[in-house]
Design a protein around this ligand. Structure first.
Ligand code: UDX
Length: 425
């Protein structure tokens, strides 16, 4: 099939490359000319393991083409996937400017019957608006939410846990059944609003699960229980499952915070209560304080102290800073007069643009030098492999606060650190 992808972020690019690898011809379009030119030169503007090589191969074999001219992208397209971002705006709801602009351009430039698949996350009210916007042309509309995790977006695109399509249009349904027939995963075809609710309910449930284990961890801290064993123990129940029970300083990213907040806001508009998700969001908003409190417990005051932050991306495996808890911790510490230095394996360049006055380096030893304390703020597993004996020699103090519980507590204490995890004795 000839497929067009509008939007070349981690969702659009990963989704389109998966279609290329399944034998389809994919044209990628982005309104940002520089982004397209950079991708054509083989430079992907975000970190996603393995994607650079795959894009190069697909361009070479002719299955992937990139353009910043929408007419070119529409030419011969049988299905158009809209994968533009819907960034969080005030009140935690989505800014649909990019999506609306894409739909208006499609309405103006597409002169024939075509299937439009909305992959961008939209709530039920947004969907009504977008459907209205696309009304009039012969568009066959479907909603096809993405469940990609950053850092494994390619894997999740090629072998998704599930494919959910919401449409009331027989032509769209038939075409998408054909397109997805070569994917092994579970498939659910439903109506658009139910597909949208599956997306929001999934992410909100993950948010609830994380805030639940974080509250249990905070309780474990008080009573002296070990959250690692508690999480493992409850996860042994297949009805609960061990994943997303990793306690820490809270969840970030472009989805969980926004989607949980968005669910609460549109459910209020619908006159329904979603108190559990609201509370999970509130718990998360304050969870980073646990790291600050650990710091104050040991250092009494952070004013003038050198604090090293290990990890800037919102999670390991990505260079995405959106809603990163690390950034919340850094701005709080700087407001308290601390001198902050920060490390990351992938997002240093992006962070330098937003963290003026912070020493940022991809060398952990340079960041650790002279620090009174360190906070592990992102779950880069590489932190387990660094030379902690060398880190200790370079630091001024011995306090390490493991905000992601990724280090071995016993080993750290044996190396001479004052080690503090979250819910770990
Ligand atoms: C999420 C959903 O997992 C994915 O299905 C959806 O399509 C997009 O949003 P993503 O935001 O990429 O994916 O990251 P995810 O792996 O869900 O982690 C989100 C945040 O939760 C990160 O900050 C991570 O550190 C945190 N997290 C995750 C925890 O604190 N504990 C956990 O057990 C798991």
């Amino acid at each position: 099939m000839n497929i067009s992808i509008i939007g070349t972020g981690y969702v659009g690019l990963s989704t389109g490359i998966a279609f290329c690898l399944k034998g389809h011809k994919v044209k990628f379009y982005d309104i940002n000319k520089n982004k397209i030119q950079s991708i054509i030169k083989g430079k992907i503007p975000f970190f996603e393991d393995g994607i650079e090589k795959l894009v190069k191969n697909c361009v070479k074999d002719g299955s992937a083409n990139f353009t910043f001219k929408l007419e070119e992208a529409l030419d011969k397209a049988e299905i158009i996937f809209i994968c533009v971002d819907s960034p969080i705006c005030s009140e935690g709801i989505s800014d649909l400017t990019n999506l609306k602009e894409a739909c208006i351009e499609l309405r103006e430039k597409s002169r024939r019957e075509i299937i439009i698949v909305i992959k961008t996350t939209i709530n039920p009210y947004d969907y009504m608006e977008i459907k209205e916007l696309l009304n009039g042309n012969v568009f066959h509309i479907a909603v096809n939410p993405e469940f990609l995790r950053e850092g494994s977006a390619l894997k999740d695109s090629l072998n998704p846990y599930r494919i959910v399509v919401g449409t009331e249009d027989k032509i769209a349904r038939k075409k998408l059944e054909k397109l997805y027939s070569s994917f092994e995963s579970a498939k659910l075809f439903t109506d658009p609003l139910s597909a949208i609710m599956i997306k929001y309910a999934s992410n909100s449930f993950l948010a609830v699960k994380i805030s639940f284990i974080n509250e249990i961890a905070n309780l474990c801290d008080r009573i002296g229980a070990n959250i690692d064993d508690v999480a493992t123990g409850i996860g042994l129940d297949p009805r609960i499952g061990r994943e997303f029970l990793n306690a820490g300083i809270g969840f970030g990213g472009s989805c969980l915070p926004k989607d949980s907040k968005n669910l609460v806001s549109f459910s209020k508009r619908a006159g329904a209560k979603t108190t559990i998700v609201q509370k999970a969001y509130e718990v998360n908003r304050g969870q980073f304080n646990i790291a600050i409190n650990r710091l104050i417990e040991s250092l009494k005051d952070v004013k003038g102290k050198n604090i090293g932050i290990f990890g800037l991306s919102f999670k390991g495996g990505t260079d995405d800073l959106r809603e990163s808890v690390s950034l919340k911790i850094i701005s709080h510490l700087r407001r308290q007069g601390a001198l902050v230095k920060a490390h990351d394996y992938a997002s240093c360049e992006k962070a330098k643009e937003v963290l003026k006055g912070v020493f940022i380096s991809d060398d952990v030893y340079k960041v650790a030098k002279g620090c009174d304390a360190l906070i592990i703020a992102t779950d880069w597993l590489e932190y387990r492999e660094i030379d902690w004996k060398r880190i200790k020699k370079m630091m001024n103090g011995r306090l390490v606060i493991d905000g992601r519980n990724i280090l071995n507590a016993d080993k750290m204490k044996k190396t001479g650190f004052i080690y503090k995890g979250i819910g770990r004795i």
